[in-house]
Design a binder for this molecule. Structure first.
Ligand SMILES: *[C@@H]1O[C@H](CO)[C@@H](O)[C@H](O)[C@H]1NC(C)=O
Ligand SMILES: *[C@@H]1O[C@H](CO)[C@@H](O)[C@H](O)[C@H]1NC(C)=O
Ligand SMILES: *[C@@H]1O[C@H](CO)[C@@H](O)[C@H](O)[C@H]1NC(C)=O
Length: 386
């Protein structure tokens, strides 16, 4: 009897702590709402889940691909699908063309397929930013994260600039303090940074992300002394024994033990000093971040729950809601653009780009076009989260 009374008192205290938290959460979400499409497109989230599930059966790599696209989208102009734009009315190079993204974004065609299906069911209702967010949630769930609620209501941005990407991204050799600063600037905590870094439990990294660790690492060490010997050997056989052209595209799984499963083996290996990415390794040495890793390495369920919560917070960074932005019809172009049915990238001469904001869409569509999978230079992949 006494025990029961104590339990309900405990529950009451818990509720009164949680309730103010919940409304603060709502404000931070800047007008986003779970079930946003319940009235306007009731099957929206179901449609996303179906298309993603079909695509996942063919290629499990898309789960990591989506996580990376969303992360790179949210950190640059907020979660507004600016990363999905192939061209903007200004005609400048877009986020996609940054070294952080070019040729290394995986799953874009799945996002197009999801959006097409949504447009045929509810034209003009579901934004590309929400499409990407729901698809990312569903991909992570297929990879093992328990289903978590994801609010909707984001609108799509009109701006996408290549040069804005690097300033907001973490390179693999950035110190923990600086990466933390990037996250804090977006309203996320250091703990959330560590929890989200667990996305490296799935996915791959390309050679330039870690090759420097075995090639004249610094003045005193040719090889990074923090690098595990077996990992160094893997890097040598994957990256050094191929042509420089192949090297750029060659990759290694970030969690070789379970490359498609969201589990905490990534953290366990990190704590043992095994990590391909230098900044991940630094987080396992840092006195602030190591204890967080130790906690989630000891409790996988806890990490997975925290991951879902952190994802919802990441997906609320600097969102556009209400009357800001627009609901794009095609995720690759803003609505004022004319576009053909096959995705194209518009090449606009620099002189025209300067006055691009004043061009009519017919001027722009008469410019030279090239296929969109032709984007990016060979020099690439310097930056990798996921
Ligand atoms: C990290 O941050 C410090 C202090 O804010 C700064 O001086 C330093 O240049 C930064 N390092 C890198 C690699 O950006
Ligand atoms: C090279 O890196 C190692 C390991 O991080 C460090 O101990 C050493 O001081 C570095 N050397 C220089 C010259 O920075
Ligand atoms: C674009 O149009 C605006 C208003 O129509 C005008 O003020 C501006 O000078 C134009 N910009 C260029 C670069 O032509």
């Amino acid at each position: 009897m006494e025990g029961r009374a104590r339990t309900s008192a405990a529950i009451f205290i818990l509720c009164s702590i949680l309730l103010p938290g919940a409304s603060a959460q709502h404000e931070r979400n800047g007008g986003l709402r779970v079930g946003f499409y319940d009235k306007t497109c009731p099957r929206a989230e179901e449609i996303v889940a179906e298309v993603v599930s079909d695509a996942y059966k063919k290629n499990r790599g898309i789960a990591a691909g989506f996580l990376r696209i969303l992360f790179h989208d949210c950190f640059v102009h907020g979660c507004d699908a600016s990363i999905l734009l192939d061209a903007t009315p200004s005609g400048g190079e877009t986020e996609k063309e940054s070294v952080a993204n070019a040729k290394s974004l995986r799953g874009l065609e799945v996002i197009d397929a999801v959006k097409d299906k949504l447009e045929s069911e509810c034209p003009g209702i579901v934004s590309c930013a929400d499409t990407l967010t729901f698809a990312t949630r569903d991909g992570s769930v297929l990879a093992g994260v328990p289903h978590y609620p994801m609010a909707g209501g984001r609108r799509d941005g009109l701006v996408s600039r290549k040069d804005d990407v690097i300033l907001n991204m973490a390179s693999p050799d950035l110190p923990v303090r600086n990466i933390t600063e990037l996250f804090v600037r977006k309203g996320l905590t250091q703990e959330e940074m560590v929890i989200l870094t667990g996305a490296h439990s799935i996915g791959i990294a390309h050679c330039p992300t870690f090759l420097y660790r075995i090639q004249d690492y610094n003045e005193t060490h040719r090889i990074d002394p923090k690098l595990d010997a077996a990992d160094a050997f893997k890097i040598i056989s994957t990256c050094q024994q191929v042509s420089s052209e192949k090297m750029v595209e060659a990759s290694l799984p970030l969690d070789a033990q379970s490359p498609f499963k969201m589990d905490n083996s990534f953290y366990k290996n990190l704590l043992k000093g095994k990590s391909l990415i230098e900044s991940d390794s630094a987080m396992s040495d840092d006195p602030m971040t190591r204890p967080i890793m130790e906690r989630v390495a000891a409790d996988e369920k806890k990490w997975l729950t925290m991951f879902g919560r952190a994802m919802a917070r990441l997906a609320a960074v600097d969102v556009k809601t209400g009357t800001k932005g627009e609901i794009r019809k095609n995720c690759r172009f803003v609505n004022s653009h004319k576009f053909s049915s096959t995705p194209v990238r518009l090449l606009i001469p620099a002189t025209l780009a300067d006055i691009g904001q004043n061009l009519s869409s017919s001027d722009i569509s008469s410019s030279e076009v090239i296929p969109s999978d032709n984007i990016g230079s060979a020099q690439d992949f310097i930056i990798s989260m996921t």
